[in-house]
Design a protein around this ligand. Structure first.
Ligand code: HEM
Length: 490
C-alpha cells in the first residue's frame, strides 16, 4: 500500500540523511540506557530539533521508519491503541513489516498524521528476502488467505463449549467421588487451554475485520471462560510478536530468576554476583547455589502453576493498568467478565463438590492441567530456539527473526487440536492475522522461501521439541552454575 506523505509549508519533503538518523537513534539509546521516563535531550540537540517543526521538540524524538519514510511518534506513542510497550520495541528502527503484519487498513490513515520525511537511502533491513515475503503476502491476500471461515470458528467454539458442559455435568453428577472430581478437573483444564487458543486467534484479529467484534469474543472466551485479561494478554503477546526471542525485549523469555532461557539471561543475573556475594544473606546464597542452578529439576512442577500466575497477573493488570485503549467501557466489560469467571468457577466447586478435600483437589488439578497444557505449547513454540541480542536483531529483517526463532511441530489432527494451530508457529509469526485454518497450506511456501535464502527453518516432532527445550534449560543451568561457583568459591 502506498503511504500518504505530508510536505512542509514550502511544499518540500524533508529528507533524513543516514547521519541524522544515527544521531536521533543515539539519543533514543541514551534515553533507554538511563531508563528515564522523562526525556533526555542534550542542549545542542534540542536546538537542532527545535529548528524543525515537523519533529516534536518537547522531548527526545521518538521515531520509527516504515517503507523508507520517517514517522515521529513522540506524542502518539502514549495514545497508541496497541499500547506503549509494543510500539516502543521499534523506536528508532525500521518497523515496516511489523506494522504491515499488525494493522488493519484504518491504521494507515492514522499513520499519515505522523509523517516527518523520507530516508535519503533505502533502509538496510528491507532485504530481498523481506521483499519476497511481502510479495507472497500480497498474493495470499488477493487469494483470500486472510479471510476466516466463520463456520470453522463456530465449530471450534461450540465444540469447546461441549467440554465445559461435560466437565460441569460430571462434577454435578459425580462430584462426591474423587474419580468424578479428577475427570472433571482434567476436562476443565483442557477446556481453558482451548479457550486460550481461540481467544488468541480473535486477539490477532484473525476472525473478524472489526476490532470491537474480536474483542467482544475475547471478553467471553478469554476473560469470562478462562480468566485471562484481554488487555494484559494483548500487551504481553503483541510485544512478544514484535520482538520475538530478542533478549531484553521479548516478555516471554524474561523469566529470570525463576527460569533462564539463555546464557545472556544467566550472565545478566549472575555476572555481578562476585561483588555482591560477601553481602548476601543465607537465603539468597541458598537460592543462588541450589535452586537457580537446578532449573531442569523444578521445570515440570513449576509449569503447573503457570495458569494461576497468569490469572493473577490478569486481575492485577486489569484492575490497575486497565484497557490498552484507555476506554472506560472496555475496562468495565473486562473487569466484569473477569469477576464473573471466578464467580462461576468457585460457584461450581462450592455447589457440586461436597467435601473440602475434593474441592481443593478440583481447584489445584484444574489449574495444573491448564498450566501444563498451555505452557508445554508455549515452550515448544520458541524455547530452545536462538535468542537474539538487540545488536544482532538490528541487522536482521523482521521476517528472518520470526523464522529463525520459531519451532514448527509435526503431527496429526490431535496435535493440531492440542496446540490450537500453533504447531505452525513460524507461519503464524510471519502472518499473525492469518486465520489458523490456512496455515497448513502456507507452511510449504514459507519453508521453500527460507530454504532459497539460506534461512534456518526448524520443524520437528513433539518429543524432539520437548527434548530440545530441556537440553537448553540444562545447558543454561550449567552456565549459571559456573558463574555462581565463581562468585562464592573465590
Ligand atoms: C505511527 C505508527 C503507528 C500507528 C499510527 C499505529 C496505529 C494503530 C491503530 C490505529 C491501531 C488500532 C487498529 C484497530 O482498530 O484495529 C493499532 C493497533 C495496534 N498496533 Fe499500531 N500503530 C503504529 C505503530 C505500531 C508498531 C510499530 C507496532 C508494533 C511494533 C504496532 C502494533 C500494534 C498492535 C499489536 C495493535 C493491535 C492492538 C489490539 O489488537 O488491541 N503499532 N495501531
Amino acid at each position: 500500500m502506498e503511504l500518504p506523505r505530508r510536505t512542509d509549508s514550502s511544499g518540500s519533503i524533508r529528507i533524513f540523511s543516514n547521519d541524522e538518523i544515527s544521531r536521533l537513534r543515539e539519543q533514543l539509546v541514551q534515553e533507554q540506557k538511563v531508563g528515564s521516563v522523562e526525556p533526555v535531550i542534550e542542549r545542542q540537540d534540542q536546538e537542532a530539533v527545535a529548528q524543525d517543526d515537523s519533529l516534536s521538540s518537547q522531548e527526545t524524538t521518538k521515531f520509527i521508519i516504515i517503507d523508507d519514510k520517517v514517522y515521529d511518534v513522540t506524542e502518539f506513542i502514549h495514545e497508541h491503541p496497541g499500547g506503549y510497550k509494543v510500539l516502543s520495541t521499534h523506536l528508532g528502527k525500521d518497523a515496516t513489516d511489523v506494522f504491515h503484519a499488525m494493522h488493519p487498513a484504518s491504521a494507515y490513515e492514522v499513520l499519515a498524521n505522523y509523517y516527518a520525511g523520507d530516508l535519503a537511502e533505502p533502509s538496510p533491513t528491507s532485504t530481498p528476502f523481506a521483499h519476497r515475503v511481502r510479495e507472497l503476502r500480497d498474493k495470499l491476500d488477493s487469494e483470500g488467505y486472510f479471510q476466516s471461515s466463520k463456520f470453522f470458528y463456530f465449530y471450534k467454539i461450540s465444540s469447546n463449549m461441549v467440554l465445559l458442559f461435560l466437565a460441569l455435568t460430571i462434577l454435578w453428577l459425580y462430584g462426591e467421588f474423587t474419580a468424578g472430581v479428577v475427570t472433571s478437573a482434567c476436562i476443565t483444564g483442557l477446556f481453558w487451554q482451548q479457550c486460550g487458543w481461540l481467544a488468541h486467534d480473535f486477539g490477532h484479529h484473525q476472525v473478524f475485520q472489526e476490532r470491537w467484534l474480536n474483542d467482544v469474543v475475547i471478553g467471553f472466551l478469554g476473560d469470562f471462560c478462562l480468566g485471562f485479561s484481554l488487555s494484559w494478554w494483548k500487551n504481553k503477546h503483541n510485544t512478544h510478536h514484535a520482538a520475538t526471542n530478542i533478549h531484553h525485549e521479548d516478555p516471554d523469555i524474561d523469566t529470570a530468576p525463576i527460569l533462564f532461557w539463555s546464557e545472556h539471561a544467566s550472565a545478566d543475573y549472575f555476572a555481578d554476583l562476585a561483588e555482591m556475594a560477601p553481602k548476601d544473606d543465607p537465603l539468597t546464597v541458598f537460592l543462588n547455589k541450589h535452586v537457580a542452578t537446578r532449573q531442569t529439576w523444578y521445570y515440570w512442577p513449576l509449569l503447573s502453576l503457570a495458569r494461576l500466575s497468569w490469572a493473577h497477573a490478569s486481575l492485577t493488570y486489569s484492575f490497575t493498568v486497565g484497557s490498552l485503549t484507555k476506554s472506560t467501557l472496555v475496562n468495565v466489560f473486562e473487569r466484569t467478565c473477569l469477576l464473573l469467571h471466578w464467580a462461576w468457577y468457585i460457584g461450581a466447586i462450592y455447589s457440586f463438590v461436597p467435601s473440602l478435600s475434593n474441592q481443593i483437589l478440583y481447584f489445584f488439578l484444574s489449574q495444573a492441567v491448564c498450566g501444563w497444557a498451555l505452557a508445554i505449547v508455549f515452550a515448544l513454540n520458541h524455547n530452545g530456539m536462538p535468542i537474539i541480542t538487540q545488536e544482532k536483531a538490528a541487522d536482521m529483517d523482521f521476517y528472518e527473526i520470526q523464522i529463525v526463532t520459531g519451532r514448527n511441530v509435526k503431527g496429526g489432527l490431535l496435535l493440531d487440536w492440542f496446540m490450537g494451530g500453533l504447531n505452525y508457529q513460524i507461519e503464524h509469526h510471519v502472518f499473525p492475522n492469518m486465520p489458523r485454518h490456512h496455515l497448513k497450506k502456507v507452511q510449504p511456501m514459507i519453508q521453500a522461501l527460507a530454504k532459497e535464502y539460506g534461512i534456518s527453518y526448524h520443524r520437528c516432532g513433539f518429543w524432539q521439541g520437548t527434548k530440545e527445550v530441556l537440553t537448553t534449560l540444562d545447558y543454561v543451568q550449567k552456565v549459571s552454575k559456573k558463574l555462581v561457583d565463581r562468585a562464592y568459591d573465590y
